[in-house]
Design a protein around this ligand. Structure first.
Ligand SMILES: Cc1cc2nc3c(=O)[nH]c(=O)nc-3n(C[C@H](O)[C@H](O)[C@H](O)COP(=O)(O)OP(=O)(O)OC[C@H]3O[C@@H](n4cnc5c(N)ncnc54)[C@H](O)[C@@H]3O)c2cc1C
Length: 440
């Protein structure tokens, strides 16, 4: 390929915080707060103008992963996940938990999510830079990050933190450092979904509908060729206002059935355009065919197509498929999880419940190999393909972020410390931070 040369440049270093958190999704927000609450100075950078990541920009729309799975689901994840749920609920931004198969989830309002995150971060004196993109890093003699190259609205600048938390979802910092990452199962990742909001639905009629009936109607309409509706098991959640539905219905692939990559602009362009078209097709089908939807209208789609999986780091420990299926427990775990393996493949959606059991996410799955002073949090943790299809949901991302942020305090004290779960949990207790596994 033809090459263009850009000369090396010297840039102003605008901040030297204890911690720089990259990405303000659920993991990044929790990481920034965890670090601030152990007394560190924190810079949080985010490419969009709001927090929430896939939860808000992708309209994922609910907190999954708080509850056990089985005939009587109970809350098993607490700590920051519960703090954020309660803060949302106090503002009318989260409803009661509703059934999802053999577990439960908590629908939320995405505007109130943004406002809640802004307020918590400002109250903790986290310095935030929205509309700021991490472009690259330089590495110090110890192999950790020296300076971070950022692109803000005003141009290029640098920051020089002591510790970095990569909460980009895409393991962007680890990748820029040259750290090892994996990409799905032999390069195949889960399919993307364009989520959309629907207004004007007769909610009384909606609550009378059996979701399996909607799935059957979609299958029939697709097979008859009336509509192009490739996904037949769909999720429709009432939003906390009680007046709109969140519609997680689409499945975005290329015409040959392959899955667009969430880290390639050309693939994402296809996914955004195809996602909006497919969302419109599902909305038209609902309006035309399903009782209670005749006056329905599309309010909006997500600000971006929802990406479930890109790079995962190669960590000191990996969360394996077997760990999830056998309910492996770990001392000092970052969080419990009983969310099913919810694998959105290119051709099918497979959901496997962990009935009456749960597994633990180890802290060491947040620690990239051979890069000091760098932790990850959220969906780019070190995990096998199916394990990630369970561990990636919001409650677990909150737990990972909070622990990673708090652990930065240990790294600021001793940059070469080999951190482990029990030490991090003890450090959090020392600073009165609740881990996800603790409650009254
Ligand atoms: C379609 C869909 C539906 C889902 N439904 C649910 C659900 O109902 N309930 C649930 O709990 N979970 C759901 N999930 C999963 C959940 O939303 C995500 O796994 C979760 O948001 C991941 O959190 P994160 O913080 O790790 O990453 P993300 O939410 O992806 O956040 C990463 C952030 O980093 C920012 N960023 C990335 N690169 C850079 C960079 N270079 N510079 C600056 N900023 C950067 C991004 O803009 C983003 O804000 C769903 C996911 C999808 C895709």
């Amino acid at each position: 390929m033809e090459q263009a040369h850009f000369p090396a440049i010297d840039l102003p270093v605008i901040a030297s915080p204890d911690v720089c958190v990259v990405g303000a999704g659920p993991a990044g927000v929790a990481a920034a707060l965890g670090a601030a609450r152990v007394g560190l100075s924190v810079l949080l950078i985010e490419r969009y103008g709001f927090c929430g990541g896939a939860t808000v920009a992708g309209l994922s729309g609910s907190i999954c992963g708080l509850y056990s799975s089985g005939s009587q689901p109970e809350q098993i994840v607490f700590g920051f996940a519960e703090e954020f749920r309660a803060a949302l609920a106090a503002r009318g931004g989260a409803g009661e938990a509703i059934p999802f198969g053999r577990t439960k989830l908590v629908p939320h309002d995405s505007l109130i999510w943004k406002e809640t995150a802004d307020d918590l971060l400002q109250a903790a004196r986290v310095r935030m830079l929205y509309h700021t993109l991490l472009l690259d890093v330089t590495r110090a003699d110890d192999g950790g990050v020296d300076a971070m190259l950022l692109r803000g609205m005003e141009g290029l600048f640098a920051v020089r933190p002591r510790v970095v938390v990569d909460a980009s979802g895409d393991a962007e910092v680890v990748h820029r450092c040259g750290g090892d990452t994996t990409f799905g199962r032999q390069g195949v990742v889960q399919a993307a979904t364009m989520v959309f909001r629907l207004g004007g639905v007769d909610m009384d009629q909606f609550f009378q509908l059996d979701p399996r009936r909607i799935d059957a109607m979609i299958t029939e309409a697709h097979e008859r060729g009336d509509y192009d509706l490739p996904r037949h098991h769909v999720y429709l959640f009432p939003m906390p206002s009680g007046r709109e539905l969140l519609c997680n219905m689409t499945r975005i692939t290329f015409p040959d059935g392959s899955v667009p990559s969430g880290i390639r602009s050309a693939d994402m362009t296809h996914a955004e355009i195809a996602g909006r078209r497919q969302a419109r097709a599902y909305a038209e089908f609902l309006k035309a065919r399903v009782p209670g939807f005749s006056r329905a209208y599309m309010v909006d789609t997500g600000a971006q197509v929802g990406i479930r999986q890109t790079r995962s780091i190669v960590g000191k420990q990996q969360l394996t498929n077997d760990d999830v299926l056998r309910g492996r427990k770990r001392p000092g775990a970052v969080t419990h999880s009983a969310w099913p393996i919810e694998a959105h493949g290119a051709g099918e959606l497979r959901i496997q419940y962990l009935d009456d059991d749960y597994y633990d996410i180890p802290f060491e799955a947040l620690t990239p190999r051979a890069i000091p002073r760098l932790l990850v949090a959220g969906r780019c943790l070190s995990a096998e393909h199916e394990a990630l299809a369970s561990a990636r949901v919001t409650a677990q991302c909150f737990g990972m972020g909070y622990a990673a942020g708090a652990a930065c305090g240990l790294l600021c004290r001793e940059p070469t410390a080999a951190l482990n779960g029990p030490d991090v949990a003890a450090w959090m207790r020392q600073h009165r931070l609740r881990t996800s596994t603790e409650h009254d």
